[in-house]
Design a protein around this ligand. Structure first.
Ligand SMILES: Cc1cccc(C)c1Nc1c(-c2c(F)cccc2F)nc2cccc(C)n12
Length: 233
């Protein structure tokens, strides 16, 4: 049985990523607002829009803290953020579901989302994904590293210097593989299962784009940041 050893550098890298992941949390007031008393469909949507906007801010700050990211070509930095924001948000909001809300409240957040004018065809895959992520019982290191790996995906549209992005992503994949072996010794395929979630995430990006279009058709207003990151109106 191969002895898995995390090097000093890998420990340091993990520490930086986890600290960045922890530092940039969704403001509790936004998450808490969703738990107050009854809301109308319009107010639910407004709150989710506020939550989405703060999630994008959190992801941009987290991304800027990834070692080497700010040394990438500036246009590639934008291409990576625009190409990965939705996936990082799905991962992040899955944690909001599994961690942040004391159990009694999970249903309330789910209830708000189901009553925000989003059609069932998007709700089902979204919650299936949340359940599959929560079922993995990921550690904080795994969540933070998986989010960084998602953001540092070289084959996003318009990325010019693939190599430079791969050079940043590879060390993250190496240390995530080792962390998975050490933290889930009974599940040798755990690392592969985590990466499998990234494949499911790509399908959610497609649903998300359709959700945006259907919201726009119903004349829903977005914030400037959401318009910018997803090139809407
Ligand atoms: C905050 C939130 C949490 C869970 C489900 C949903 C629908 C939301 N809200 C939105 C999301 C979004 C996200 F923020 C995380 C995950 C998946 C997402 F669809 N994206 C957008 C884009 C424009 C407006 C909103 C309201 N919105």
């Amino acid at each position: 049985k191969e002895k898995v050893e995390i090097t000093k550098e890998q420990k340091a890298l993990t520490k930086v990523i986890v600290e960045a992941y922890n530092r940039h949390q969704i403001p509790q007031d936004v998450a808490k607002k969703l738990l107050q008393d009854q809301y109308s469909v319009e107010e639910n949507f407004l709150l989710l829009t506020e939550m989405a906007t703060s999630q994008v801010q959190v992801i941009v700050e987290f991304t800027k803290s990834i070692p080497g990211f700010l040394s990438l070509d500036h246009e590639d930095q934008i291409a990576l953020l625009k190409g990965s924001a939705v996936e990082a948000m799905f991962l992040r909001s899955a944690q909001v579901f599994s961690k942040k809300m004391p159990n009694g409240h999970n249903g309330i957040l789910e209830e708000r989302i189901r009553k925000s004018g989003i059609s069932e065809e998007f709700i089902t895959p979204m919650f299936n994904f949340y359940k599959s992520i929560i079922g993995l019982h990921m550690s904080l290191e795994e969540q933070a590293l998986l989010t960084a790996i998602t953001i540092l995906t070289p084959d996003r549209p318009y990325v010019k210097d693939h190599q430079a992005v791969e050079k940043l992503q590879e060390p993250m994949l190496d240390v995530l593989r080792k962390v998975c072996v050490l933290q889930h010794p009974q599940e040798p395929q755990y690392f592969a299962r985590l990466l499998g979630r990234l494949t499911e995430l790509r399908t959610l990006t497609h649903y998300h784009a359709e959700m945006l279009t259907s919201w726009r058709m119903n004349d829903h207003k977005f914030t400037p940041l959401l318009c910018e990151i997803w090139d809407v109106q």
